[in-house]
Design a binder for this molecule. Structure first.
Ligand SMILES: [Zn+2]
Length: 299
C-alpha cells in the first residue's frame, strides 16, 4: 500500500511539472515590436541638418534637433491625433501627436502651430513652421518619439535615430526622401500580389507576405537566401509580414563627405566627374561639407 501511495505522489508531481511547462510555454509573451518596425513608414518631420542627437547634454536631451530654414514646414511623422498644441516656456510653440501604435511624438520650438488639439492629422501633413520659440538658441525643430505616452520624466522616450535607421550630427534629412517608403507602406493594397516594388533609383524591394520565408523569396528572385540576408543585414530566420526587403540595389549610392574630401577626389573614387556629382545633387558650387550626403551614380 505504501508503495502505491508513493507512486501516486510521484505521478502527481510529474503531471504538475508537465502542466507547468505547458502553461509556461503558452503564456510566454510574444516579442514586442521594435521601434524601427513601428516607425518603418514614418517620414522625417522636417527638412534640414541634424545638429544634436538623442542622449546628449548628460542624457537630458531626449530628442533629436533638426536645423532648417525659419518658417519651413514641420510635418507629422505619422498619422494620428493632436494630443496637445500649446505654448510652453521650455518647448515654446509645441505640438504633441498620439499615433495608432501607442507612440507619441513631440514637435517643439515652432515658429507657428498650424494644428489644434484634437485635430486628426495624416502622415506628412504640415502641422507647423520651424522656429526658435521657448528654450531654444537657434532655429531648429526639437523632435521626440515616445514608445508610449509622453510623461514629464520622459521615461518612454526612444532614440529617433533608431526609429529612422539614421541620424548623426551633420546628416541632412529630408521628409520627402522617406515619403516614397511611407506611401508604399500605407497604400499597400489588400490584394498586394507580387510584393515587388522598384523605385526611380532602380532599387527593387520585396514586401514580405504572410507565409513567406527568406528561402521562398530568394527562390522567387533567383537569389540565395544569404544574398538577401546580407543585403538587408538581417537574420534570415526572422522576417516579419510587411517587412520591406532590399532585393536589388539601385544604380545610385550615397556617399557621406569625410575630412579631406574634395568633389574631384570623390568623383575619382567613384569613377565619375565632379560636374556629374554636382548636377545630380543640384549643387551650384564646389563647396562640400563634412557629413553632407552626396548621391553618386554607379557606373
Ligand atoms: Zn533638442
Amino acid at each position: 500500500m505504501k508503495d502505491y501511495i508513493r507512486r501516486f505522489f510521484i505521478a502527481g508531481i510529474m503531471a504538475l511539472c508537465v502542466s507547468l511547462l505547458f502553461l509556461g510555454g503558452k503564456h510566454s509573451k510574444a516579442a514586442e515590436p521594435k521601434i524601427s518596425e513601428l516607425t518603418e513608414h514614418w517620414v522625417w518631420p522636417a527638412d534640414g541638418v541634424i545638429t544634436d542627437t538623442y542622449g546628449t547634454r548628460s542624457g537630458q536631451h531626449k530628442g533629436i534637433d533638426i536645423a532648417g530654414d525659419s518658417g519651413s514646414p514641420v510635418y507629422a511623422a505619422d498619422a494620428g491625433i493632436v494630443s496637445r498644441s500649446y505654448y510652453s516656456q521650455t518647448y515654446g510653440n509645441v505640438i504633441f501627436i498620439k499615433h495608432n501604435n501607442q507612440t507619441e511624438t513631440v514637435y517643439a520650438h515652432l515658429n507657428k502651430r498650424l494644428s489644434a488639439q484634437g485635430e486628426i492629422v495624416s502622415l506628412g501633413q504640415k502641422i507647423g513652421l520651424m522656429g526658435s520659440t521657448g528654450d531654444s538658441s537657434g532655429v531648429h525643430l526639437h523632435f521626440e518619439i515616445h514608445a508610449q505616452a509622453w510623461t514629464p520624466d520622459k521615461i518612454n522616450a526612444v532614440d529617433p535615430s533608431v526609429a529612422f535607421g539614421m541620424g548623426e550630427v551633420g546628416q541632412a534629412v529630408n521628409a520627402a526622401a522617406r515619403t516614397e517608403n511611407a506611401r508604399e507602406v500605407s497604400a499597400r493594397p489588400s490584394n498586394f500580389n507580387s510584393g515587388q516594388i522598384t523605385n526611380d533609383s532602380g532599387e527593387t524591394y520585396h514586401i514580405v507576405k504572410t507565409g513567406e520565408t527568406v528561402w521562398t523569396i530568394a527562390a522567387h528572385y533567383n537569389l540565395q537566401p544569404g544574398d538577401i540576408a546580407s543585403l538587408n543585414n538581417i537574420n534570415p530566420d526572422r522576417i516579419l509580414t510587411g517587412q520591406k526587403l532590399l532585393i536589388k540595389p539601385g544604380n545610385f549610392s550615397e556617399y557621406t563627405v569625410k575630412q579631406g574630401d574634395t568633389l574631384t577626389s570623390i568623383a575619382k573614387m567613384h569613377d565619375t566627374t565632379a560636374e556629374a556629382i554636382k548636377e545630380l545633387n543640384n549643387a551650384n558650387s564646389d563647396v562640400i561639407k563634412i557629413g553632407q550626403i552626396l548621391i553618386i551614380h554607379k557606373k
